[in-house]
Design a protein around this ligand. Structure first.
Ligand code: MAN
Length: 347
């Protein structure tokens, strides 16, 4: 089946060479998975910028932050028998895992939703012992006059979900880690339901269970409880290995439309959708059988990590969702969907 998307003809709209490195000695290797929001009459992307030094022949060189926030460069010899380089995103040395790049978040703005440029707002870096390997894949919502950011925090302690808030995108309040390891893909609903905040999140259970979408509720955005499992990966299907929420679910007359990513054992990432009950959002009313979007364009099939479409940001105008996504973990792209068309495919 052809997917339901109208891709931007301008895709990719941003590539690594469009963004300056955060400091001398770093190279922007990949742009990925932007958070999306409106602010001061413009559309904004909060890009994930993945950097490392230019690679030297025979060596693998990558940056990490110390707990104090200084950048350290680590280097391994590719001939080292203790080094495992089988995944371009992660390396393992002597049983210890690292990321091959260090990610921070960068703001770009646009008047037309297609041409995005940096305009003087500061980059957002990982800080402290829970973010020494960087911060990634940020969801942004607006609630009660502030923007709230949920993002993946990575360090040798594990992978969890951090929360920060801001009123002006220059000063940030850190609310710490709200979902401890292993957890990522946290999308807070952008309105309260029955007087409570709700968030989709994705714990990983290595033995019994798997990489499933869960929902939690909170009185204050900081303390989350009453966790329930919402959606499993589905053996033998396109989302057989892992599923994870995209951006905040979209309120429709039929329920909350939650766009999610699903990957199979070959790490092919597609998008699908869930329809959640408006009042009891832990109840799934319907789900995509086939993906609503698959990696079929060249820029989605080849890159730093090919065959990946990953979204954590969109803007909604009436029936139209303008979805922004990372393609092949390399470049930023956009696509448009009709909400009614997605709903019509759910079973
Ligand atoms: C994980 C995350 C994403 C990334 C995909 C595909 O789900 O690290 O950031 O885009 O893998 O590599």
């Amino acid at each position: 089946m052809a997917d339901l998307t109208k891709r931007f003809p301008e895709n990719p709209i941003l590539k690594p060479s469009d963004i300056n490195p955060s400091q001398q000695g770093m190279k922007v290797e990949c742009l990925l998975n932007p958070g999306v929001f409106r602010f001061e009459g413009k559309s904004w992307l909060l890009l994930r910028v993945a950097e490392r030094p230019e690679q030297k022949p025979g060596k693998t060189t990558f940056p990490v932050f110390s707990e104090e926030g200084t950048l350290k460069i680590l280097e391994f010899d590719n001939a080292d028998p203790k080094l495992d380089l089988s995944d371009p995103r992660v390396l393992r040395h002597d049983g210890v895992d690292y990321l091959t790049t260090l990610s921070h978040l960068r703001l770009v703005a646009s008047d037309d939703g297609v041409t995005f440029k940096e305009n003087g707002y500061p980059p957002i870096f990982g800080r402290g012992e829970l973010e020494t390997f960087g911060i990634e894949d940020c969801r942004v919502i607006r609630l009660e006059g502030s923007h709230f950011l949920t993002f993946t925090q990575v360090s040798a302690n594990g992978v969890g979900v951090g929360l920060r808030s801001t009123n002006n995108w220059r000063d940030f309040l850190s609310h710490g880690m709200i979902f401890p390891p292993h957890n990522k893909d946290c999308a807070i609903f952008d309105e309260k339901i029955g007087g409570k905040y709700f968030a989709l999140h994705r714990p990983s259970s290595p033995a019994i269970g798997g990489n499933y979408i869960w929902i939690a509720e909170s009185p204050d955005l900081l303390h989350w409880g009453n966790n329930r499992c919402v959606a499993h990966s589905r053996p033998g299907q396109w989302d057989s290995a892992r599923v994870g929420a995209g951006a905040a679910p979209i309120r429709t007359g039929d329920g909350w439309l939650a766009i999610y990513h699903g990957a199979n054992e070959q790490h092919r990432y597609c998008l699908g959708a869930l329809l959640l009950d408006l009042k009891e959002p832990w109840r799934v009313l319907a789900r995509s059988c086939d993906p609503i979007m698959e990696p079929i364009a060249d820029y989605e099939k080849t890159g730093f990590f090919g065959n990946v479409i990953f979204t954590n940001g969109h803007l909604v105008t009436g029936d139209e969702v303008t979805l922004y996504y990372g393609a092949s973990d390399s470049v930023i792209c956009g696509a448009r969907f009709s909400i009614a068309e997605i709903l019509a495919t759910l079973r």
